[in-house]
Design a binder for this molecule. Structure first.
Ligand SMILES: [Zn+2]
Ligand SMILES: [Zn+2]
Length: 226
């Protein structure tokens, strides 16, 4: 609570500057939003051509998603700077502008609005250490119905997972998530939210347990796809 008060006070004392370029304007200026925008149409999993929902016909047979949306490529340096600022320095200033950008993207892709938004959970130790869950805060600001405590993370996954092969990384995610109240997702369409997704192992594992709990269609949206 104190943290929140101090941050709000800081925003008043020091007017917002853009997390992408430092210009004194908004927390995220329109020109940085344009400069980082990803406009391609490729498959999330194999980077092959995918016209409609960012998953090609081949990959859609092996995954649970109707569609996966991402705002930025993680390779975009400015996008990485903005995400780091959001996670480590300026959560209160950036959560809403980031959620608005993502929300616009969801509309462009015709993602249904009658949906349950579920952020990828952090392990409780990690959340305590960071002070907040970056995915849950975006989810809350989307203006849709969101449930941030239904999915729980049972295991911390180590940062070394980045160096693992795709197969190892998928293996690593087994039994990471638990759905605490399956009745809240049964027969519901779900939108999973995260900040960054690389191979999609985390998203896929959460989608798998949600399906197992009885969820209907699964969509996912992330700020950046690496
Ligand atoms: Zn800017
Ligand atoms: Zn594909």
């Amino acid at each position: 609570m104190m943290y929140k008060v101090i941050h709000t006070a800081l925003d008043i004392l020091f007017p917002p500057h853009c997390a992408g370029c430092g210009s004194a304007s908004q927390a995220l200026c329109a020109s940085c939003a344009r400069a980082t925008a990803y406009l391609g149409k490729e498959c999330f999993f194999c980077a092959g051509p995918a016209e409609k929902n960012n998953i090609c016909g081949q990959c859609s047979r092996n995954h649970d998603f109707e569609s996966i949306i991402w705002l930025w490529r993680y390779q975009n340096e400015k996008a990485r700077t903005i995400i780091a600022a959001y996670k480590y320095k300026r959560k209160s200033a950036l959560a809403l502008p980031l959620a608005r950008l993502l929300s616009q993207k969801l509309r462009e892709h015709n993602i249904p609005r009658d949906i349950v938004v579920i952020p990828v959970p952090l392990h409780k130790n990690k959340e305590r250490e960071r002070g907040f869950n970056q995915a849950a805060l975006i989810a809350k600001n989307l203006g849709l119905y969101s449930l941030s405590t239904v999915a729980v993370r049972l295991k911390e996954t180590s940062p070394q997972a980045w160096t693992e092969s795709r197969r190892e990384r998928f293996k690593h995610m087994e039994n990471v998530f638990l759905i605490t109240r399956p009745e809240t997702v049964q027969n519901k369409d779900i939108l999973i939210i995260d900040d960054v997704a690389t191979t999609g192992a985390t998203l896929s594992e959460l989608a798998r347990v949600l399906k197992k709990a009885g969820a209907a269609k699964i969509y996912a949206a992330v700020l950046a796809h690496g």
